[in-house]
Write a protein that binds this ligand. Structure first.
Ligand SMILES: [Zn+2]
Length: 92
């Protein structure tokens, strides 16, 4: 498989905390979690660089999409924005 995309930063971390944090990342972004749960995730995102990056990436992507595209975003455009953001984040 010729996959040119960068590997998931958390893919090989193997930490249960990371898996849990990423599993609820979208719920966290949507504000669907309880205060207690949010605090746990927030703490992990602050301490764990890969998960923190992942969170920053997803939240920036959401902001860009919701700001420029009020209507349904085609997958192709979302992918383009995602890869542009990913490059920017990895360049820091
Ligand atoms: Zn983590």
């Amino acid at each position: 498989m010729a996959d040119s995309t960068a590997p998931d930063p958390c893919a090989d971390s193997g930490s249960d905390d990371c898996r849990q944090a990423l599993a609820v990342l979208y719920s966290y972004l949507d504000g669907e979690l309880t205060i207690e749960r949010r605090t746990v995730i927030r703490t992990h995102l602050d301490m764990c660089l890969p998960c923190g990056h992942r969170y920053t990436f997803e939240s920036e992507l959401r902001q860009v999409v919701s700001t420029c595209c009020q209507e349904k975003v085609p997958d192709e455009l979302r992918d383009r924005i995602a890869s542009a953001l990913r490059r920017e984040l990895e360049g820091r």
